[in-house]
Design a protein around this ligand. Structure first.
Ligand code: AMP
Length: 360
């Protein structure tokens, strides 16, 4: 694995794998710091290509393109977690990749991820491996009623998930998910959802943003509100959870930890995202250093920025056709549109952040 020995100087180039809105906002943050950013995408015409002339288009396992990327970049990062392990290994031998292979390998598989979180002494929903119809029926019996069957890999925005209220149901869900390796999770009757977005620097320094409360609709993030209903004590606890996870993964960059807040006040880890996160978009306006700048700083080996929040914020996603109201949205807060051509149902087209003077 290649190690970054000195910080990437201004004028240096950061490679970003993936060209969606997260990559786009990373490019914008990098350019503010005087760094160049190159986007490598497996499809042409992605949102991030509109903001940088440095572009590569090829399948993610194309070795010639990976070599070209390593040649022109001082460090490489990614905006989504489903990068093939081979790609990661090949690239990491040529150029520093942050966060590293350990973070990806741990978070790409829900069973590995949940087992890792539990091994740190953190709470998760009860979970069981499911690799066959019989196993789906059998482990359902270990839950207290309802469960959710989730594919171990490649799930996002609720894709690859089905609820189950009986053993037969769990078996049917396993069939519907085409027999892919799964986990069955106990359903958490939470009070609300929250997340913590935090960064770990190459020197082990740590900086966490205040954790927002999040609302999902149809499995897609609708809104993040900060401060939400978390108590100051829970907010500190959430930051400590992120710190523990980041240290254990030897992490460099921004990560997000999605949490369920139980009715008894307990924080239950749902998922780790080894990247910048939709629930951190409000930091662009409400913090001196946004999650995107923070991530670029960490990847480039720079000192982390101040995550302090100077305003209260509500970030609302603009999904599908809602983007047609862009004129009124433009008057209602800080508008971000991602430059996507087609407004398909469920597609994140942009977001708007509304600030209020900081109240607590
Ligand atoms: P995930 O893809 O695991 O992040 O799940 C997407 C959303 O589904 C979460 O944000 C929750 O709203 C819901 N969900 C997932 N797992 C559970 C669970 N074990 N109990 C209750 N709700 C869940």
């Amino acid at each position: 694995m290649k190690i970054l020995e000195k910080p990437v100087p201004p004028g240096g180039t950061i490679g970003i794998i993936g060209g969606g809105q997260l990559g786009r906002m990373m490019v914008l943050a990098a350019s503010r710091l005087g760094l160049k950013a190159l986007i490598f995408s497996d499809v042409a015409d992605v949102p991030a290509f509109q903001v940088t002339p440095l572009q590569l288009v090829a399948p993610y396992d194309d070795r010639a393109t990976l070599s070209a990327l390593a040649n022109v970049c001082h460090a490489v990062t990614f905006e989504f977690e489903n990068i093939p392990a081979d790609t990661m290994d090949f690239l990491a031998a040529l150029v520093p990749v942050r966060p590293g292979a350990k973070a990806l390998a741990t978070t790409q598989d829900r069973l590995t991820e949940k087992s890792f979180v539990a091994s740190l002494g953190l709470r998760t929903a009860p979970f069981f491996e499911v690799s066959s119809l019989e196993q789906a029926r059998e482990v359902f019996g270990k839950l207290n009623g309802e469960g959710i069957l989730k594919t171990r890999r490649f799930g996002y925005d609720g894709k690859g998930q089905m609820r189950a209220i009986s053993g037969d149901d769990a078996a049917l869900a396993f069939q519907a998910l085409k027999g892919a390796p799964c986990i069955l999770e106990g359903f958490v009757d939470f009070a609300f959802e929250a997340s913590v977005v935090a960064a770990r620097g190459a020197d082990g320094s740590f900086a966490a943003y205040d954790p927002p409360e999040n609302v999902h609709e149809h499995h897609i993030l609708r809104r993040s509100t900060v401060p939400g209903r978390l108590t100051p004590h829970q907010a500190e606890e959430a930051k400590a959870i992120a710190s523990k996870i980041a240290d254990a993964l030897d992490y460099v960059g921004v990560l997000a930890v999605e949490l369920f807040v139980g009715k008894d006040g307990a924080l239950i880890v749902n998922e780790i995202a080894p990247r910048v996160h939709n629930t951190g978009h409000w930091t662009i306006e409400a913090c001196a250093c946004s999650q995107f700048e923070q991530h670029i700083r960490a990847v480039a080996g720079w000192p982390l920025g101040d995550p302090a929040r100077h305003a209260d914020a509500v970030m609302e996603n603009i999904i599908g056709d809602e983007v047609r109201a862009w004129e009124s949205l433009a008057c209602s807060g800080a508008l971000h549109l991602y430059g996507k051509k087609e407004a398909k149902p469920g597609r994140k087209m942009g977001h708007v952040t509304r600030l209020q003077p900081r109240n607590r």
